[in-house]
Design a protein around this ligand. Structure first.
Ligand SMILES: [Zn+2]
Length: 211
């Protein structure tokens, strides 16, 4: 993985369950708005789970996990080293759909993922970590990066469509039978707990998978 520069100019595209803004670079934010509106017009609801994350915040997350007794090797399997997350650029977005547990491979079985595979490139979004990617990073069907290919036109306009509020939270209606690792299992359980209790999700849980 290459070092990822931190974005200088950010635009809010919605809010997390804990009320913190989800931000993207202005180019990615505009493309995301167009893509989301067009998907909605086709009956596909896309929601932002996570966007920009600072290098400083990435370090905090790692320190927090180490302080909680986790092994560095295990931590670095799900958390990019500070300076190496695509989320630093403001161009990467984690996408989910209402009714599905976020940040799990189950996302690949949703109509939203099928729609993204067919259309995201039109808006300049590409899957960063497909199956068996050369980076050796676990498959992340939810993680898309805005990187319009040189010479390729990306969609500028948008068809009119439903423009409801960004639903950046999800009920847990299924728990993956094969969580990739213990952190994901914790994440899934935490989502379920949040919905059972009605409490706001803690920032630590929101960022359990922080590549
Ligand atoms: Zn991501």
């Amino acid at each position: 993985m290459k070092p990822q520069p931190e974005a200088a100019h950010l635009v809010s595209v919605g809010a997390r369950p804990d009320g913190r803004d989800i931000k993207l670079s202005s180019g990615a934010a505009a493309a995301w708005a167009r893509m989301r509106a067009d998907a909605a017009a086709s009956g596909i609801e896309l929601a932002a789970i996570s966007g920009f994350r600072s290098i400083e915040r990435q370090g905090e997350i790692i320190r927090g996990k180490l302080a909680a007794g986790e092994e560095i090797g295990a931590v670095l399997r799900v958390v990019a080293a500070p300076g190496y997350s695509e989320h630093h650029t403001g161009d990467a977005i984690d996408i989910g759909v209402p009714g599905e547990t976020p940040l799990t491979e189950d996302f690949e079985r949703t109509p939203a993922f099928e729609w993204l595979k067919a259309h995201a490139m039109i808006y300049g979004f590409h899957l960063s970590f497909p199956r068996d990617n050369p980076h050796g990073i676990a498959y992340e069907p939810w993680h898309w990066r805005f990187s319009p290919r040189p010479g390729r036109k990306i969609r500028q306009g948008s068809r009119p469509g439903p423009q409801g509020p960004n639903k950046a939270w999800f009920p847990v209606n299924s728990v993956s039978s094969e969580p990739r690792n213990i952190l994901e299992k914790d994440l899934t359980a935490s989502w379920a707990m949040r919905f059972a209790s009605g409490f706001l999700m803690s920032p630590v849980i929101v960022t359990a998978i922080v590549r």
